[in-house]
Structures are given as C-alpha cells and as structure tokens.
Write a protein that binds this ligand. Structure first.
Ligand code: UDP
Ligand code: MG
Length: 307
C-alpha cells in the first residue's frame, strides 16, 4: 500500500485539480494506494470539496482536525494515520508536482533508499526565494544535519523511516529536520518548484518565521553560541576599558565624562536583554515540551467505511 499525505488549509479552489492529478499520478505506478487529506481547520469550503471528491475517488480519506494546528502538525496527523509501507508527504497547493512521485517511488524501490525527497532546483515563484535559500544554507551549517539544503516536506519514506519519525514525539516540530536527523539512506530527485496554482500562500510570513525559529532552536545550539560569543567580546572590551579607566584615574589625566558611562550601560544592558531573550526562548521550549499536549486533535476521520 502507498499512502500520500496532503495537508490543506483553505484550498477550496484547487481541491478538484489536486485530487484528480494526484489520483492520476499514483495510478500510473500502483493500484493499491490511499490519499490522506488533512483538513487543517479550514474556514472555507475545503472540507465540502474533499467530501465531494471522496464520492468519486473512494481511496481518498480525510482527517478533519478540530482547528488550525499548522502544517507540520497536519503532516504529523497524516503520517500517524497512514497505513502504507511507503508514505509520501506533499504540499496541497500543487507546488510539488504529484507527477514526480512516480520517479521518486522508482528511486526508493530500485536503488535501495529509505527516504527520497524532492530537491528544489530553482523555483518559479519569486516569493522569498533568496530568504529560503539562505535559510537552508544557514540551517545546514548550524545544525550539522546533512543534505538539508533545498529540500522541504516533499518526500517518500519507507515503513522503517516512518516508524522512526513516529518515535519522535516532540511538540515543536520541524519535519525536514527530523527526517534528516533519523539517518537511514537518503536520496534525492531534483525538480523545479512550480508557482502555487491558486490563491494566496497559507504559510504567512509570520508562520514561516516561526517555522524557521523552530528549526534553528530545536536542531542547533547556534543562539546560545551567539550569546557566549558576544558575552566574551563584551567582557574583553570592558576588561580593557576598565584597565584604561584605572590607569587614567591613577595618573589623573582624564575626567571621565557622562557619555562613556551612559554608553557602556546601554551596551551592557542590551547584551543582557538579548541573552535573557535567548534563555527565555529555551525555557519556553522546555515548558512547551513538558506540557506534552497533543500535537493535533481530530474532529472526524473519514476513511473507507465512514458514511
Ligand atoms: N497549510 C496547512 N496549515 C497551515 C498552513 C498551510 O495545512 O496552517 C498547508 C497549505 O494548505 C498547503 C501547504 O500547507 O497545502 C503549504 O502551504 P503554503 O503553500 O502556504 O506554504 P509555502 O509554499 O509558502 O511553504
Ligand atoms: Mg506553497
């Protein structure tokens, strides 16, 4: 069985095309598949469109979440429910072409990989391209995780890799990082990322920034290193300045002005605030993880038997 997991949030305009293209793409290489749509608390007619599509294509299943939990949580809901011995993750806006799944499936089966992901060769949409590339390069450097560059959620995992992912129960989730973290034999298929077919991006800039911060805080010590580095520089500077102040006082050749005092207070104060912010961020994360809340909640699961 092959499972295709697709999160959707307010995508009513493109459900029809999404379903028909996905079904067609899957049927080109297997007859035994399921498509799991996760409705991530859409406020438009996404659910109705999905229910309609399910009448025509009985292999479509729908996990209707109780509210919007974010697309990493939605993907998680999908891979937890997936029954396949291969599980694919794909965005629901047709930026990841379903037609590529055939090539990815062939690669994972014939070349002995456990995970095959789509590697973006460039994208048509200009939106945040520079920022995204920069983020991936930076993340690869600070996390020490291999081959993260330019691969997002679009991927196929075999059962062993999926089970490894399912063992990672953390609440704050960055799936591409987790996928890289688990190891296994990972391969890539290159593709050009299309423009989204319809509508506005559902990952707003603020959601993307939160996702980037989640990635960096949960897979690297970079923020702490910045603190330590700045703290060290600050200490050295003030040590040298302190000696100078003492020497100047001793020889009595300087009247120390107001400005240097105020500037150093500002400087030290701001460094301390930054450090407190970073420490606070880690404390928040420890708090979040220790709460151990569910990552998502299901309102209704429409599988093959559901009326
Ligand atoms: N999505 C979701 N929940 C959200 C935001 C987005 O399920 O809170 C879905 C969205 O419907 C789409 C996929 O996640 O299928 C990727 O979203 P989008 O295209 O907006 O992200 P981008 O391409 O900008 O990364
Ligand atoms: Mg998109």
């Amino acid at each position: 069985m092959f499972s295709l997991v697709i999160p959707v949030y307010n995508e009513e305009c493109l459900i029809q095309e999404l379903v028909s293209r996905s079904v067609k793409a899957l049927e080109s290489f297997t007859k035994n598949y399921e498509i799991l749509f996760i409705n991530d608390g859409s406020t438009d007619d996404t659910l109705e469109k999905l229910l309609e599509a399910r009448k025509q294509f009985p292999r479509v299943k729908i996990i209707d979440l109780s509210r919007n939990f974010g697309h990493q949580a939605a993907f998680t809901a999908g891979i937890e429910a997936a029954l396949g011995n291969y599980v694919a993750m794909m965005d629901g806006d047709l930026q990841d072409p379903p037609e590529l799944l055939a090539e990815m499936y062939q690669k994972i089966r014939e070349e002995g990989f456990d995970i095959v992901s789509g590697k973006r060769k460039g994208r048509k949409g200009k939106r945040l391209r520079f920022a995204t590339n920069l983020f991936h390069a930076f993340f690869k450097k600070v996390s020490g995780l291999e081959d993260m560059e330019n691969s997002g959620n679009f991927s196929i995992l075999n059962r062993a890799a999926v089970n490894a992912m399912l063992q990672m129960k953390e609440t704050i989730r960055y799936l591409p990082g987790m996928r890289s973290f688990i190891g296994f034999k990972q391969g890539y298929v290159e593709y050009v990322r299309e423009d989204r077919l319809e509508g506005e991006p559902k990952m707003t800039l603020s959601k993307l920034i939160v996702l980037g911060a989640d990635a960096i805080f949960s897979f690297s010590k970079f923020p702490i290193k910045v603190c330590l580095f700045l703290g060290t520089i600050g200490t050295i500077v003030f040590f040298v300045a302190g000696i100078y102040a003492l020497v100047a006082k001793f020889f009595g050749f300087a009247i120390f002005g107001w400005s240097s005092t105020v500037l150093s207070i500002y400087f030290l104060g701001s460094i301390q605030l930054i450090f407190l912010g970073v420490v606070g961020e880690y404390v928040y994360r420890i708090y979040k993880e220790s709460q151990n809340r569910p990552i998502y909640l299901v309102k209704k699961f429409y599988d093959a038997e559901t009326e």
